[in-house]
Write a protein that binds this ligand. Sequence first.
Ligand code: HEM
Length: 948
Amino acid sequence: MVRGSGILAVAILGLSACSTRTADLADCTTYVAAGFRKIADERAQRFLGKVQEDTAQCRGGDRAVAFRSTPWVDWQNYWAVGDSNSKAAGPSGEHVHLSPNGRGVDGALLDLEYQRIELIKFNLFDNSGTFAQYLRDRDHIDGAALKTWEEMRLPRNNPLYAAVGGNGTQLCRGELIRARMLTGICNDIKNPLMGSTGQMFARNVEFDTTFPESGNNFLVKNRHGDRLGLLKPDPQVISRKLLTRVQSDPAKCNDGRGLAGNSAKANCDYKKAPFLNVLAAFWVQFMTHDWFSHLEEGSNGPELIPMGCETEIEAGVEKLLTPERMKQLNCRPEDRIDKGLIGIETQPSTFTYAGQEYLSRAPKATQNKNTAWWDASQLYGFDEDSRHRVKRDPVDPAKFLLVSSPSGEAYLPLLQSSDPMNPQWAGQESVAFADNWSVGLSFFHNVFAREHNLFVDAFRERAAQTPDADSGLRNPATPSRIIEYKDVTADELFEAARLVVAAEIAKIHTTEWTPQLLYNEPLFLGLNANWHGLLKDFPQAREALEKIVVQNFGPSRDVKEATQWYSVFASGSGIFGLGNHVYADEPIFAAFDPAKEDLWDLSNPDHVNGGINHFGSPFNFPEEFVSVYRLHSMLPDLIELRDLNGDPNVISGKISLLETVRGKATGALRKGGLANWGLSMGRQRLGALTLQNSPLFLQNLSMPRLPGGSGKVDVLALDLVRDRERGIPRFNEFRRQYGLKQLTSFDDFADPHLPKDSAELAEQRRLIGIVRESYGQHRCDAAKVITKAQTNDDGTPINDCLGHTNGSMVDNIEDVDVVIGMLAEFARPHGFAISETQFQVFILNASRRLFSDRFFTSSFRPEFYTRLGYEWVLNNGPEKMIENGLPNGHQIEVMPLKRVLMRTIPELRRELAPVIDAFDPWARDRGEYYSLEWKSRNGAESDEAFTR
Ligand code: HEM
């Protein structure tokens, strides 16, 4: 329903843009005459999100020009990409691409697409042994166009080795391709192992920039000197200084424990994001438990390691902490944690390409203990142990087992002693991914178990009405045999329901969670484009873009470049469903066209697999992706409890999240009921991702699984330790690697848009002072080159002085841990809950996990999902529903999580009626165009959350 404005439209319509403007006519003319930017050939020539002056003028006027000198991406300063104040006077809306507002939004989309193309081109580093082929090409096939790899074959010891072809060409078929396999094999039918449980995490950064702590090469040594180590700078000290939430009345917070009896008088201060609720925080944790895990059944290695609280930097010098200072800082030198699991740590081989030596993988690599696919494996399992915990209903095995509470509500059953489990999970619900359990995860697991069962009920109902009708489902072993509703087995239905639930979850994340996390018009359009296709309403524009692409590459259609441009084409048709219709004249990018004969054929492997693209590098999440999902600051310490049957505007109590973790979650959820927990977490704002805003309760989390030590761990310090164990480059090189501009001092973190005398800027400067105190400064040496990822604007190498005078004291901005740097980025595009650095990581990997998955592309078909399931995903439920009004100027369907909640918790329907996006605080008035104001909607004026 979203009518795209978009990139292709700007590409074509931009050519005549100048005729309609007067003030900035000359700038638009120059910009258009210069043509579109060429995709960089070399890493060091990347776009960096910075445009020419006339382009900035054309898309955002003087304001956009003024901020070109900052390190931050330019598009955030274009017209109409913020709230209504960002709009230029004059016409606006979707049909006016030539107006300033249209040029602003279209320009932002164009910048984002350039970034995505360059990220695909420069940031794929596979750790499973294929990297040399990617770089050097194989058998005259360009590396970036490779589609199969020896390394992605099932190994001989896999029980399905023979079934996929053994020693010969491996191809998954028959039962192996019907549904999502437990361990994630056979998603790509020609690369059976890809994305399956236990594969290596990939990297998005050059291998020789990983593990900076080990000083592996001269660039790393030049960049960091001897300043880094696993506990250098000290992680607990950083946590206490830069992450701790400062309390106005510490007694009322009690280190995150709140007051006795869940008293509403408790208070833990935290900085709140006005446009996101607590459900959004737990949603993303629920997602990460689907995508990745470094831990095996909630545990790491046997060895225990210290966690810091030993040293601090004072006047640039590292000093041991005295016992008094430890007490003052409130840190614990006795904390211990189990050492992170490492998959491979043998020295990687090297190879030479174009005169340069490369590592074939990172010096160490870790395994993803989960499937990398977006397959709802947190609900359905990813190995035998996790599947064992998934309980099916013995009465109808197509369903999850749900048990009735005394009040008659249906909940997931508890873990039994016979279930495989980590002892610290005792008392929790029995689910596939059970670690770091809390009431928030319990909420979503129960909601989606109910949704699964509701789908099964709807299917059974249709089967009862039309038992002899074609269910749409097919068995690839007998592709031409119609499977009628009455013949669908419970196992077949269970697996089809899994496909539906996984696709609903992916749709919620892409079109509801992310547009609220990145709350502005270009991202709303861009994300909906990823899903639905940007240009479904702009056929002429699409054809014209295809011409531009062909012109760019010439008639030869260079296969490597075509691979890179695939993402542009796909933003035309949408990734979701890409290749699930095949027409004689359009093999991949076809949108559904009832006038044409659909040639898609289940017995043709090239149709089943045809929509996917791995861009030359087998799909898995990179280590860096895990790092940017360390979003612990989103959690408040206390949840504000509300009662749907009383007055929802009243906060009746406040419960510490500590009282809702692990086994306690289950009792808390059942006591309050899903509706009240939904209401409470739906109305409360989550924690802003910024410095000195991380939960106190996580700094003091008890860890029953660990022997000895203090029995507690500071999870926020652990975030730093784990990143260091896994060799995440530190902040500045991380940005350079991802195609963003470096910072040259800590002062660059301050938001340049703020008035010089504002209180907000003063607070940012205070925090920046603590960053400087924590990471220190050093006397720089201009003779030391520190990176090869980028150069200075004049083409000279970047050196240790970062543009400052040789021999002067410079900030240790190179040493900042990524998690800290991201929280310190005060300058952000409008409505961005995350930083632009985090977002850059998402652009690449969020697209890739859709592009690589055949169940979201060419196998999104009734043959796998059933007809009902296929429609259920498209319509967000049994039938399509259109939202009232025009939120932010768009006619939209009622969003998918809102629909799921209305179905699974019908008591919430009234509360949800005025809600547009289930992740926006439910009682907030969304106001005008992308307003971030914290204002109550009609009927919630007395809600006390709006008085603070
Ligand atoms: C009550 C809530 C939570 C608790 C108790 C909790 C606890 C933990 C702990 C103990 C770890 C460290 C595991 C290890 O490396 O040994 C961890 C890792 C992590 N947490 Fe949380 N967490 C919570 C909520 C969240 C939320 C809301 C997010 C948001 C996305 C999140 C994201 C992560 C990520 C990405 C990791 C790294 C996982 C990996 O290494 O594979 N957590 N959490």
